[in-house]
Design a protein around this ligand. Sequence first.
Ligand code: FHN
Length: 477
Amino acid sequence: MKKLCTAAAGALLLLQLHSLAQTTAKDSITLQHGAHRIGNRTDAGMARWRSLRLGQFIHWGLYAIPGGEWKGKTYNGAAEWIRSWKEMPQAEYDNLYKQFNPVNYQPEQWALQAKNMGAKYMIITTKHHDGFCLWPSKYSRYTVASSPWKKDIIGPMVDAYNKNGIDVYLYFSIIDWNHPDWRASPKTPADSIAYGRFKVFVKNQLQELLTKYPTIKGFWFDGTWDDSWKNDGAFSDELEQYLQKIHPGLIIGSRLRADEKGARHFDSNGRLMGDYEQGWERKLPEKIADIHGNDWEGVMTIPENQWGYNARWAGHIKSANELIEMLVKSTSLAGNFVINFGPKSDGTFRTEEVQRMQEIGQWMKVNGAAIYNGGYAGFEKQDWGYYIRKNGTDSVFMVVCNVPVSGDLRVKLPQQTTLTHAATLENPAQAITPEVTGKNEYFLRLETKNFHTPVVILLQTSRNTGNDNGRFEKAKT
Ligand code: FHN
């Protein structure tokens, strides 16, 4: 019972942060289509999402065919945006579906490698901004069914990942460059009528996806920043309610909706819309205050900004250790971390991606206990890395990413807490003897400094009276 006190303190801090964010929000604006809930969802589906922590994002579509190049020229933007490049004739892009034939696509193998990486959920692009559908939608002819491959891509993928214990989320772009009725910004009454038809099409496709793939856990919306979408908050609000009604528990992040004033993610009173904050793309929060107590997820590319397959990765390519550190940081700040992969058009993955999946998987095999169901610890952060608390327990992990030259890792526990045991996850049988350096303060010394991946130390603590008989009296100055 006593042991749970520090866990409770951490949870209380999060709650306080949440209520602080909510009470400081200006509630002066009356909104019909603002946030409909204060605080995080508390149901089992959302608790599960919160426990998964590591996800795999897959961007796969026609853009994998040019792979960032067209007629010998290299596009410097994100490969999946190549259709918008002036060097790429749109008609030629729109005909790429005639070449889509991923003969080496093996969903079981995809799922297995994601599982071995330690991913507990995945997000797949059913349709990116180009409008090409990876499922045979009855509402469009621009789908896999018209390609030489002919078969559904999504169904076998959902089955394979689910079979391997991985939850599936469907990415769906509202921007649809191929659809004749899509508009970024309707200018004329005719545009508005066309966009009205487009909204019906969107709703139909989403309903179709839910019917065809009923085991999915949520939608991951994108391409919702245009005027056409954000100026119709009523529609996105109704759509979210409709989807969650026909598929109870469905998880939808903050990208889908806008309020009636066009505010996105957070409504005009500063309250989060949707089930979690979805704006963390290629960046992560720095500190717990940045998340305002909300559930959140960060999505990350391995190179700078390439989601779909790009034959030439340029610039800085993140190593497995960098990605692991980002995962750890996200977990320590109570968020999920999703790493993106862009398979080639034949259905295989590039070597760099396979290597990273394997290296992360090796680390997760030993240290995954610190990640799954991990959250904010409430301990004072130190320069060596991050603390993670196993949610609802008294177990706190230190994930050591940088060892100081002294070799001593400072641990500062909350008041009236004593360190009773410390050992690495790699070698749990060998206890690390702490040196007491102050009231609730210790140095831990790792036996070897020659490690090549972050080391995780599990701390066990107990409560004390706080009376040290003057041993750590403060200086009187
Ligand atoms: O434009 C897209 C981009 O191509 C990619 O899909 C990312 C993934 O988060 N979302 C958009 C930009 O926010």
